[in-house]
Structure formats: structure tokens, C-alpha cells
Ligand binder design. Structure first.
Ligand code: HEM
Length: 479
């Protein structure tokens, strides 16, 4: 690794002097043009910055200062120690055009209130109730496969996790409407780069620009599904339906105990408005299935390439759940025993983190080590890069679930591995995702070994999540 330059530029901005780390001398678009001669590949850029400048690098995009952090301690500074000095960076803020003021996009006191309201719905005991549904859905999918059948595992995992989110969180059947969610999300993902490149895209929505018109159509369809789900829920409650224990019921009936304390507000008014419910439902829908689906697709791929780990995982599953006709589906109680299966899932998210990078913008001047950044600096850090750093993961490209033994985990800094982020905005669905990942892996692997069809290209597509770039065809081999 090339050593970072020690001499740093020092400038005056208003009252505060700041000191920036070494980095790219050219403004980013010029640099990318010179270096890559192709549409920007953000992972290649981050890899280059990490290799050349080590823990911290600076570059400019237009007038904006950007710091790229490649050190677990610096990530901790931004997410935890100085967390209150940051908001989400601008590409995530632009997601507001789709997600409004949901948990992912809102900030400050409003975000904290929404988080307080939603938290009980994600509590460990509460999500325990969803476990059975997860294994049952996975079993229905696995039982529909035939020996020797070949299919795209990433599409299958997308369908399965969408179904799980729809049924467990919103008690909704996977109707054509819910499938439409998947379709429209794909359309919007395809437009994502265009949407984030266009500052204040929401201002131009009335103009007949093809990309924006397509976006508006997809958003309208998504909205209509969400409003239908909310309406059905209302009718169900009005008809005296019992609490189904789903997340939607909790969100609708949630009240913020801390809110309105000492005010004249009626307790009933402390819940969420229709607009907030729409934003949260759509946010949780979107956050809750694509990430898990990608994690599972990459896990099946890695298992197919690492037969020893695959055999060890299968042996564990047999020892816990039995074999052949006498085997049973995994339950929540089995999770502590399916430790190696969980390590497989963890190691897969190390190599292919579904959220592959995160960013924040500073709301005040920030000091990191010897450097001082002005307010309005963007800070980026990447799970994909940090989780492949040989300093914390020797021989980093090797798939080795033993890296997640309790001893090895305890020996690493907290932010050497952070697929679910950290601090006040850590993923609210983390426990849900671990449970879902392990239960699906165990249920499917009980019956099938998935064999990668040779000769296919494999690559990553770094959008909001790290999608496989090509379909991932696998053949189901019966145990
Ligand atoms: C393997 C699966 C998942 C991964 C890797 C993942 C990752 C993440 C990460 C990294 C963040 C933080 C983003 C940031 O701070 O900028 C986040 C936030 C969030 N996630 Fe997840 N997630 C997963 C599954 C889920 C599930 C299953 C749900 C819901 C059912 C969910 C709901 C959310 C929500 C609502 C937020 C925003 C939280 C806030 O800002 O308060 N996620 N997720």
C-alpha cells in the first residue's frame, strides 16, 4: 500500500481553517475520464483510493469535498462518536422522491420519533413469531423444484424474500399487486443512476422527460399497492378482525409514548398519519427484501464454489434437523444450534455485502485525526472494501466461515465488519434478516445442493444494493 502524502493543503473558509488529506488532484469526473475511460465504476474507484492512500483520501466532485474512509476506527467516528454531526449524503437523500420521509430517508427528531414507534415491531420477541412463516415459505419453494431443474437462483431468492416480507410483515398474500412491486422496483433501480444524477428531480416531474415519466408511472403503481394494503388492513380492523401480529398492525396502532408529553394532544393523535404510514410501508418493503435476496443469492454461489464448507453446513443441518423422511423444518429454537450455517451467511455478507457502501454529509466542521473538514463534506466508506482488508481478514478473497467463530469475531475492531451499518441508524431489520437468512439456507439445503452451471459470467452490479450482474443459473441436485 502506497504511503499517504504527509503534506496537506491548508485553506481558509470563513472562520475555520481546515486540513484535508491527500488524494485525487483532478476533480472526479476528469479523473474518471482519464483513468477508466468508461462509465464510472464506483468499486474500482474506491479500491484505487484504498490502495493508493490507505486509511483516508480526499477528492472533489464539483465544489464538494469528499473524504473516502478506509479504516474501521474512522467509520466508528462518523457513525457513532460524532454521529450527531452527520446526515445522510445526497444520493440517499434523493431517495425521498420515492420513499418520502420513511425511516431510511428522514432525519433528526422526526427520524428518532419514527424509529421509536417502529422499534417494538422489530423486537427480537416480536419477530420470533415470523420465523415459522419463513421456513414454511422456503419449504414451499424448495418442494416445487425437480431434481436436475435449472433456474436463476437470484430471481428465486428475490421472489422468496418478497413473499416473506409481504406475508410476515404485512399479512398480505403475494398477489399480482405485490409482484408488481418487484417489477416496479426493478424499473426504478434501472433509472437510479439517472435519478440521482439529476439534482432536485422532484421539481421536474411535470416535464415530459422519458426517464422521469417512467419513474412517475412506477411510483404511482407502487403507491396504489401500498394504499390498497393499508385500506385492506383498515377494513379488516373495522370488521373486528383480531391482531394478526404483523408489522403493519403494529405500525398502524403504534403510539409514541414520549411524544406530546405534557401537551394537550390526544393519545390517539400520536400515531402515524396516512402519509407517514405510506412512507414507512414502502420503505420497509423495499429495505426488507432486496438486501436479503442478494445476500442469499451470493451465499448459494459461494457454497457452490466451496464444497467443503457446503458439506460442513449440510452435516450441521442434518445433526440438528434429522435426515431424509424423518427430518423436520427448522424453527427459531434451532437457530443457536445452526451456528455454522449462520457463519456461512456472515462470511457471504463479508465478501458480498448487500449494502456495499454508505455515506454521510457533515453538518458542522469535523476533525478526524490530524485532518479537519469543513461542514458540508461528504464522507464515504465501503463495506465491500473494508471487509476485504487483509489487515482484518487475512487472505481476504478466501471463503472461510470460521472467520466468524466467537474468538475470531472478538479479536476484530467493531467496524471491520458492518453489513448492517451502525450507530443510531443501524439496520432496524438486522435480527429479522439473520433469522430469515439462516432459516432459508437450512430449509433449502436440507433437500438440495445447488450446483453452479459452468461457463457463466459472475460479476457485481453496485446499485443501492450489490446485485449479481448476470443471472445466476444453478441446478438443483437432490440430497
Ligand atoms: C441482509 C439483509 C440486510 C442488510 C445487509 C441491511 C443493511 C442495512 C444497512 C447497512 C442500513 C443502514 C444504512 C445507513 O445507515 O445509511 C440499513 C437500514 C435499514 N434497514 Fe436494513 N438491511 C437488511 C435487511 C433489512 C430488513 C429485513 C429490513 C426490514 C424488514 C430492513 C429495514 C431497514 C430500515 C427501515 C433501515 C433504516 C433504519 C434507520 O435509518 O433508522 N433491513 N439496512
Amino acid at each position: 500500500m502506497k504511503k499517504a502524502r504527509t503534506s496537506v493543503p491548508s485553506k481558509r473558509t470563513g472562520e475555520a481553517e481546515y486540513r484535508l488529506p491527500p488524494g485525487l488532484k483532478l476533480n472526479l469526473p476528469f479523473y474518471l475520464f482519464k483513468k477508466f475511460f468508461r462509465p464510472a465504476d464506483p468499486i474500482a474507484l474506491f479500491e484505487h483510493l484504498a490502495l493508493t492512500y490507505g486509511p483516508i483520501a480526499h477528492y472533489k466532485l464539483g465544489l464538494a469535498n469528499i473524504a473516502f474512509l478506509n479504516d474501521p476506527e474512522l467509520v466508528r467516528e462518523v457513525l457513532i462518536n460524532q454521529g450527531s454531526s452527520f446526515i445522510k449524503e445526497r444520493t440517499q437523500r434523493r431517495l425521498k422522491i420515492l420513499l418520502g420521509e420513511g425511516l431510511i430517508t428522514s432525519e433528526g427528531a422526526f427520524h428518532m420519533r419514527q424509529r421509536r414507534i417502529a422499534a417494538p415491531a422489530f423486537h427480537r420477541q416480536r419477530i420470533a413469531a415470523y420465523g415459522e412463516g419463513m421456513a414454511v415459505r422456503a419449504a414451499a419453494m424448495r418442494d416445487s423444484w425437480q431434481p436436475g431443474q435449472t433456474f436463476d437462483v437470484s430471481a428465486a431468492m428475490m421472489e422468496l424474500s418478497l413473499e416473506i416480507v409481504a406475508r410476515t410483515l404485512f399479512a398480505t398474500e403475494v398477489t399480482d399487486d405485490v409482484r408488481a412491486i418487484n417489477r416496479e422496483v426493478n424499473v426504478i433501480m434501472g433509472l437510479y443512476n439517472f435519478l440521482v444524477a439529476l439534482p432536485r428531480a422532484e421539481r421536474y416531474l411535470h416535464l415530459p422527460i422519458p426517464g422521469l415519466m417512467q419513474f412517475k408511472r412506477s411510483r404511482r403503481k407502487l403507491d396504489s399497492v401500498v394504499h390498497r394494503i393499508l385500506e385492506e388492513h383498515r377494513c379488516y380492523v373495522a370488521a373486528g378482525g383480531a391482531d394478526r401480529g404483523d408489522l403493519l398492525s403494529m405500525l398502524v396502532s403504534a403510539r409514541d409514548e414520549e411524544d406530546g408529553a405534557g401537551s394537550q394532544e390526544e393519545p390517539a393523535a400520536r400515531g402515524m398519519t396516512d402519509e407517514q404510514l405510506r412512507d414507512e410501508v414502502l420503505t420497509i418493503f423495499l429495505a426488507g427484501y432486496e438486501t436479503t435476496a442478494n445476500a442469499l443469492a451470493w451465499t448459494w454461489y459461494l457454497l457452490s464454489q466451496n464444497p467443503e464448507a457446503e458439506a460442513r453446513m449440510f452435516a450441521e443441518i442434518v445433526s440438528v434437523l434429522g435426515a431424509g423422511e424423518s427430518s423436520r423444518l427448522p424453527t427459531l429454537e434451532d437457530l443457536p444450534l445452526l451456528r455454522y450455517t449462520e457463519q456461512v451467511f456472515a462470511e457471504s455478507m463479508r465478501l458480498y455485502p448487500p449494502v456495499w457502501a454508505m455515506g454521510r454529509e457533515s453538518t458542522r466542521p469535523i476533525e478526524l485525526g490530524e485532518y479537519r473538514f469543513p461542514a458540508g463534506t461528504y464522507f464515504y466508506f465501503s463495506q465491500y472494501i473494508i471487509q476485504r482488508d487483509p489487515a482484518n481478514f487475512p487472505d481476504p478473497l478466501r471463503f472461510d466461515p470460521d472467520r466468524f467463530s466467537p474468538e475470531q469475531k472478538a479479536a476484530r475492531p467493531r467496524f471491520a465488519y458492518f453489513p448492517f451499518g451502525g450507530g443510531g441508524r443501524q439496520c432496524i431489520g438486522e435480527a429479522f434478516a439473520w433469522m430469515e437468512g439462516v432459516l432459508i439456507l437450512a430449509t433449502i439445503a436440507q433437500k438440495w445442493r445447488l450446483e453452479f452451471v459452468p461457463g457463466q459470467q459472475v460479476g457485481v452490479q453496485p446499485k443501492i444494493t450489490l446485485r449479481p450482474k448476470f443471472p445466476m443459473r444453478m441446478t438443483a441436485r437432490a440430497r
